[in-house]
Design a protein around this ligand. Structure first.
Ligand code: C5P
Length: 403
């Protein structure tokens, strides 16, 4: 396949060399179009050696070959990694003041971009609007992910890993990714961890970051679903293009989910709901002086939202639960999962192991999906986004089989 790799001027350009290498090793003919700024971060010889082709940067080179349109016309796939905020803005506006802008305007091939920038720039309303516009025109986004940025800071805006970009870009080109198989389907996802207040400043909470739930909401949106995200406490930016309802406590989550789940074809309970809440919530901050050496908290069980919405007639609506367990072995993990799905009465259960360092607040995940009979219907490990896509495939197939 003739693939154009656009490289723009961000520090993540040093990682883009692995995107080129990955595509070349997969047998593709890679043509690099680098902006002037990109060449300040990574040298032309490196790009030429890895791509095995001349690197194009200049709009006014080889004018007789009408190169400013020829490269885009010949491309079967265009991958831009990293895509800076500036490049994203120019693509959204259709600006063609350099070779890459011309190439993108002249191509009919799928365009995949891997944004990379600081969190503030990624969350700036201008970037948010530009990304939304590109997405609506069919541009595919890979990442960004949350993680360490160039400086000491970390957050959303880190470029997706090169192997993920390569895999997703090739999947887009072969038409296997970004399936629109959830067009016309409504999906409700709960995400994050609930916080049960003790007093105005303290709460009982958990380490859920909301990453997997939000990845599910984003993947469902990308596959054409109408998505409602019910977010408890989350540590990652809320996605665009989905309706967001905030629900901090289990009680509020129950209210919201009971209200909106009947209007959704698929409900995915990815939120980590606190099993207990304090019996009494103090209106004033609890003081050491008043409580003394030891403080005993009395807790009461929260209603089980998943079990509640799974019970009763559902008329073909799917309900999916999550089980995060600290089992010592895979067999014991599955055992716990099978007991849980029988107890909860949902259609599918996504089981994953968690521990002090695994499962929560990480970019990757490893899951097994069980059906109501306790049989394994899907297994995956990888980025939370790729795991989300795989999980959604199970429900998409179940729905199309049911129709
Ligand atoms: O029982 P456990 O908390 O392990 O079950 C996890 C699953 O049940 C998740 O899907 C979670 O969203 C859901 N849950 C719930 N209401 C609760 C506790 C958990 O819906 N009170």
């Amino acid at each position: 396949m003739n693939i154009v790799v656009g490289i723009t001027g961000g520090i993540a350009a040093y990682k883009a060399v692995n995107v080129i290498r990955g595509l070349v090793l997969a047998g593709h003919d890679v043509h690099v179009v680098a902006t002037e700024a990109a060449l300040r971060f990574v040298g032309r010889p490196t790009l030429e050696a890895l791509s095995r082709n001349t690197v194009n940067t200049d709009l006014y080179e080889a004018v007789a070959e009408v190169r400013h349109v020829a490269i885009g016309q010949a491309a079967e796939l265009v991958v831009i990694a990293p895509a800076t905020a500036n490049t994203i803005a120019k693509l959204a506006a259709g600006i063609a003041d350099d070779l890459l802008g011309n190439t993108v305007l002249a191509t009919k091939a799928p365009v995949v971009i891997a944004p990379a920038m600081h969190t503030e720039m990624w969350q700036n309303p201008a970037t948010v609007a530009n990304v939304e516009l590109l997405r609506s025109r069919g541009v595919h986004l890979v990442g960004p992910v949350s993680g360490q940025l160039t400086g000491r800071d970390s957050g959303a805006g880190r470029m997706a890993e090169p192997d993920v970009i390569v895999a997703e870009a090739l999947a887009v080109a072969s038409g296997t990714a970004r399936l629109r198989d959830l067009e016309g389907v409504s999906v409700l996802v709960t995400a994050g961890g609930t916080r049960e207040p003790l007093d105005p400043v303290r709460y009982i909470g958990n380490r859920s970051s909301g990453r997997q739930g939000i990845a599910l909401a984003e993947a469902a949106r990308d596959r054409g679903a109408r998505v409602t995200l019910v977010a408890a406490h989350v540590e990652v930016p809320l996605p665009s293009g989905v309706e967001v309802v905030r629900a901090e406590t289990a009680a509020r989550l129950l209210e919201v989910v009971s209200d909106v789940a009947p209007r959704h074809d698929v409900t995915i309970m990815a939120a980590a709901v606190s099993d207990y809440r304090p019996v009494a919530v103090s209106d004033a901050k609890i003081k050491k002086a008043a409580t003394g050496e030891r403080l005993t908290l009395e807790l009461v069980q929260n209603p089980d939202i998943l079990a509640t919405i799974s019970a009763g007639p559902r008329g073909g609506r799917l309900v999916v639960g999550f089980a995060a367990e600290t089992a010592p072995s895979r067999d014991e993990l599955l055992e716990l999962g099978r007991a849980k799905i029988a107890r909860k009465g949902c259609d599918y259960l996504v089981v994953n192991g968690v521990g002090w360092t695994t499962g929560f607040a990480t970019d990757g995940n490893e899951v097994v999906v069980l059906d109501a009979a306790g049989d394994i219907v899907f297994e995956a490990s990888g980025s939370k986004m790729s795991v989300a896509d795989g999980i959604l495939g199970v429900f998409a197939r179940a729905r199309s089989g049911a129709q």
